[in-house]
Ligand binder design. Structure first.
Ligand code: UDP
Length: 253
């Protein structure tokens, strides 16, 4: 069998050329990194869980009409997505203070914000993804004013959707990051949600106990990351209620 062409290898995923033009295969690795890759580990099963969870969230977004890159899951570690041009911004939405915002502004983690706050970081690992304003984005041409209006609207729709889905299973959506892609259809360009939505890129706290069920478990050495992600997947019905004793994730149906 011919070897498929690798397009890009990131920290948590590898992208391969897809079977049809305009498609990409997204392979979810078990690699975990934090603090701009200063902390690294391989977490058995993380890629499988993120593949299933990202499929679940993207399908939900499709159901409510939020355009995104997801086409279909291919196997336990891979999904087929639409190829798009990634806008070089990390779009962060926060409902409660945590992480870098708590540090920067001296707000205690867990404080509810008066309204969702959207932040933009310029995607550049060498610079540590610095926080930027819409002034930088416009001046450097990373996105137009019309793009920014669309990005804000997408980000807030994803926030409402994810907050509701998580609330229904007793989990608080503290914050999350999404990436946005451009697709070209004839003379038109559309912005869609791309990359992944998983506990790697969200902060998820159990509403009753405050237990962290996201990548902070890895960043802050709080226990088993697979257990935390499996708990999210189990509550959302992505995993069976009684996972096999090996602790490895298993696909329902
Ligand atoms: N985030 C992410 N990738 C990044 C930076 C942040 O997925 O490169 C997510 C992170 O998991 C959290 C949210 O964006 O859900 C806000 O992160 P924050 O700015 O607080 O950064 P951190 O404290 O993780 O450095």
């Amino acid at each position: 069998m011919a070897r498929r062409k690798k397009i890009y290898e990131g920290k948590a995923k590898t992208l391969f050329e897809g079977p049809e033009p305009g498609t990409i295969v997204q392979y979810f690795k078990d690699d975990a990194t934090a603090f701009n890759a200063e902390k690294k580990d391989v977490i058995d099963g993380k890629g499988v869980l993120n593949n299933l969870l990202s499929e679940f969230f993207m399908n939900g977004l499709t159901q409510i009409g939020v355009p995104n890159h997801f086409l279909r899951r291919l196997n336990m570690r891979e999904q087929l997505v639409r190829s798009c041009e990634i806008v070089p911004l990390e779009v962060i939405v926060r409902n409660f203070a945590a992480g870098s915002m708590s540090k920067r502004l001296g707000i205690e983690e867990g404080t509810q914000l008066p309204r969702p706050i959207v932040e933009y970081c310029y995607k550049d690992d060498a610079l540590g993804d610095p926080l930027v304003t819409e002034e930088h984005i416009a001046a450097f041409g990373w996105a137009s004013q019309q793009d920014m209006d669309d990005i804000l609207s997408l980000a807030l729709r994803v926030n409402d959707f994810l907050s509701g889905v998580m609330l229904a299973v007793g989990i608080r959506l503290v914050d999350f990051k999404i990436e946005i892609g451009r697709i070209y259809e004839g003379d038109f360009m559309r912005l869609i949600v791309a990359d992944e939505i998983s506990p790697d890129s969200c902060r998820l706290w159990d509403i009753e106990t405050g237990q962290k069920l996201d990548k902070d478990v890895f960043r802050r050495d709080l226990g088993s990351l697979t257990d935390a992600y499996s708990e999210v997947a189990r509550r959302l019905g992505v995993l069976p209620n009684n996972p096999p004793t090996s602790g490895k994730p298993t696909l329902v149906n």
